[in-house]
Ligand binder design. Sequence first.
Ligand SMILES: Nc1ncnc2c1ncn2[C@@H]1O[C@H](COP(=O)(O)OP(=O)(O)OP(=O)(O)O)[C@@H](O)[C@H]1O
Length: 304
Amino acid sequence: MLQISEVTKSFGQRRVLTDVSFDVARGRLTGFVGGNGAGKTTTMRIVLGVLHADSGTVSLDGHAIGGEDLRGVGYMPEERGLYPKMTVLDQLVYLARLHGIDKAGATRRADALLDRLGLAERRKDALESLSLGNQQRVQIAAALVHDPDVLILDEPFSGLDPLAVDEVVTVVAEHAARGIPVLFSSHQLDVVERLCDDVVVIAGGAIRARGTREELRERYAGDRWRMTATTDAGWVRTVPGVRVEELAGVAVTFGAPEAAAQEVLRGAVERGGVTAFAPVRPTLGEIFRDVVVDHARSEKETAA
Ligand SMILES: Nc1ncnc2c1ncn2[C@@H]1O[C@H](COP(=O)(O)OP(=O)(O)OP(=O)(O)O)[C@@H](O)[C@H]1O
């Protein structure tokens, strides 16, 4: 397991990370979500040893992450850094060889990845002749080509069309399934929601929420319910403690403490029946807005 513990970092007078702590478990995909400037890239660079934390630690399986571990990390940086004039294949082989893989092994791995990522026919083309989306796939192949022990991807899906996202996700998920920790940042909350096992939300340099995708959805569910009755549900408005959010004939979405929600359920059964009744579970996008908007509001209040 990769463990980030109480990491704090300032640039000059400016504190950009405060007591950042979270785990990236082996065999699982952890999505790192936050707005622009929240601190994702800085955190990733500290994990990679490119930047030093002012305090706090990063450990892998219980020991401080160091030289040999870092050589085994596959990293896709935010500012993509491949050689535009080199061919796709040569580039990947070169990177694999930097990690000590022999030429035949490097070529085999590079070819297999290009095949998986739909780039087999472009292997002899210069990187700069590829579309931006295809260049992005090559960047992902570059992070994977040495068979990494840890995978850290900064915005790997930006610029990819939905089909390409699915292809890349499949390849990344296969690497996670081999038992390596995978951390990736993304602004695409729908992708994170679909893909991640675990989610970490950062805002203003501090972790605002973390847990499995399901835990977060439970935790932020609030007291909201959705019911579809068999008769008009207008009467729900009159039940004490109930705040109707949306009413459309037999379907109603409302906020209420559990006891009042049970009262609604009983009332509907007495009036003819119910075809569906369930708590409303928020999407990751809704949770993110809650967490980040709360943070922005409290910042404003502190400043006032
Ligand atoms: N080398 C640096 N010197 C000074 N400030 C920096 C430096 N690197 C990052 N920052 C600041 O630290 C804060 C966090 O930046 P970071 O790049 O980690 O955010 P991010 O979450 O990755 O954002 P984005 O999604 O926009 O890439 C920002 O306010 C940024 O301006």
